[in-house]
Structure formats: C-alpha cells, structure tokens
Design a protein around this ligand. Structure first.
Ligand code: AVI
Length: 320
C-alpha cells in the first residue's frame, strides 16, 4: 500500500514562540540559538553531506554496525513490529531494517522538515510498495499524537539512530526518553545509536572538516534567521568554532563574532562583542554504562552492538 500523504499529521512550530525562544537565547550571558534551526531544506541537505564526510565517522560506523548485525537486530525486533523513527530526515537508515524485517506492521517517520519528510516518504513508498507509512510532520520533542496503525503490531519500536540524543543535555535526554518510555507499553523497544567517548582528536576532526561543510551548516542558522525572521546577521562577520569539552564530555559548536557588531532581532538590537560566541549545539559523547543509567527509570538494556574500535554503539532497550 502507498503512503497516504493527505493524512500527513501537521504540528507546525509557532513562529512567534520561536521568535521568543530566539530572543531569550540571545539575551543570555552565553548567547545561544536552538539547534533545531539547523534543519531547514538547505541545512538538512548540508547535514546529509556531513554524514558522508571522511572525518565524520559517526554515520559510517553506525551503518557498518547495522549492516554487520542486521540479522540479529531484526530477530530481536521480531516480526510484525511497528517502527517509529524520531527525526527520520532522508529515511535512509531505516532501509536496512525495512529490508531485514519480514513483515513490519508499519513505519512512522517523524520529522521537523516537511519537505525532507515528504520527499523521502515518496521515494520510500516506491521502494517498499507493501509498507504502510504514516508520516508525522512535527517537532518530536513536543507532545504529538501517533497515527492509528491499521494492523495490530506485535510491539512498537522507537528507532532513534545517529546519536541525535547527544544533541540534548543529559538531564533533558533522560527526561525525554523516560517520558517516551512511559508512553510505550511494557515489552516495547528502543533501538538507539550513541556516539561513544573516545580521543579528543578524532572527535574534534569530525566537527571541523577540511571542506568546511560543518561551518556552512553552522552559519546556515543565521542565513535562515535572516530569510525567515527578518534579522540582519552579516554572515561575513561570523566564524564557525567547534571544540571538545572534556569535563562535560561534549562537542560545543559556536558562532564566533569576528568584530563588535549589532544585530536587529524582532525590533531589538543585540550587541555582539568581538570574539563573543553564540552557542548553537552540544553533541554529548557517552559511555554505555552512563547512557544505560540515564534512562533506567523506563528502560532495561537488552543488547549492545559496537564496532571493533568502540567508536559507536547501537543499543536495544526494552520498556520495563
Ligand atoms: C545530528 N547530530 C547527531 C549531529 C552530531 O554529530 O551531533 C549534528 C552535527 N552537528 C555538526 N555535525 C553534525
């Protein structure tokens, strides 16, 4: 059966609330912008490029772990489960699972980029004509309802690949995933990819690629604000900066002001000193044990798959 795009569920983030969030972030001592702003059409395709970069080991490693263990992963998930993917993007990673599972009861891709979501669902529906697809256009960190699944699934499995969970602060990550666990039933699953702690040099290279794609991705936030919300950031006055903060176990991505400047944001004038930064993203790296503890209120760790160098982990948890 084809994906029914007219049934697409819509939960568009309110522009005004977003503006307020932006102003609040820019008024803090350490100025910040929400990283969900990365993923407009341009940002989403820049992110796809990042995933193919030599330095960005995350995607490559996760894919090879999935490929090497796909039979075992599919047998753990079992027949007739429904897959719910948080932040499905171009829906590429799900293909391995959809090809490996015998009779998936459905696929629910959830994404904040409408165009990206629709395009990828169209392509996927062509390649998996028997799959029921229920796309949901939403910011998955906000409450939303899941579409009704036509056939009764054996269980629901939330698929959250790519170490995207690392982009939230640990307290929030814990609250968010434990909350999802509470909405699932006992025995449902969570298949999640996490970037593991490792040497600083490898991590920093992944966020400072030689081609400058990550820099472009970072600067695109300002371009997007100018285009969509009428701000006047001069892109020539900002530089990309990314470094590993060992104490907190995280990459910090910032935009550094190259000179003292003023920026107009919704009628307010924001002053930016030379070398002052706007924080745009955290990317936390975990040990398996720390991650397990983080969501232990709702989940029990059942299975671990990693690569030979222990760069990345794919973990399967069951709701308790
Ligand atoms: C989406 N997320 C897991 C990426 C990461 O590695 O934290 C986002 C990213 N930022 C810069 N490069 C990639």
């Amino acid at each position: 059966m084809k994906a029914n795009l007219s049934r697409l569920k819509k939960f568009e983030p309110e522009k005004e609330a977003l503006m307020e969030e932006i102003l609040e972030g820019l008024s803090k001592t350490q100025k910040e912008l929400p990283s969900k702003l990365f993923y407009d059409k341009k940002g989403s395709s820049l992110f796809d490029e990042i995933c193919n970069l030599e330095e960005y080991y995350l995607t490559r490693t996760e894919t090879s772990i999935m490929t090497d263990n796909i039979d075992e992963i599919c047998s753990v998930l079992g027949d007739n489960c429904v897959l719910i993917e948080l932040g499905s993007g171009s829906s590429k990673k799900i293909r391995l699972l959809l090809s490996g599972l015998k009779t998936p009861a459905g696929y629910v891709p959830i994404d904040i980029s409408e165009e990206h979501l629709l395009n990828s669902v169209r392509i996927l529906a062509g390649d998996f004509p028997n799959l029921r697809i229920y796309p949901v256009y939403a910011d998955y960190t906000q409450p939303f309802s899941l579409p009704a699944i036509k056939s009764t699934p054996s269980k629901q499995v939330v698929y959250y690949p790519g170490s995207t969970i690392g982009n939230f602060e640990p307290d929030y990550a814990s609250e968010f995933l434990n909350r999802i666990g509470k909405e699932l039933e006992i025995g449902d699953g969570l298949l999640i990819g996490i970037d593991l702690k490792k040497d600083k040099r490898t991590i920093e290279a992944a966020y400072n690629d030689k081609k400058g794609i990550t820099a472009e991705f970072n600067l695109n936030i300002l371009e997007r604000l100018n285009r969509e919300l009428g701000t006047n950031f001069d892109l020539d006055n900002w530089a990309h900066s990314a470094f590993y903060n060992k104490e907190h176990g995280r990459i910090e991505m910032h935009l550094r002001s190259l000179r003292e400047q003023k920026v107009r944001v919704n009628g307010s004038s924001i002053t930016q000193l030379k070398d002052e930064t706007i924080l745009t993203e955290y990317s936390y790296k975990y040990s398996i044990e720390d991650f397990k503890q983080l969501i232990s209120d709702s989940f029990n760790l059942e299975k671990i798959w990693t690569d030979r160098e222990n760069k990345f982990g794919i973990l399967y948890f069951e709701v308790i």
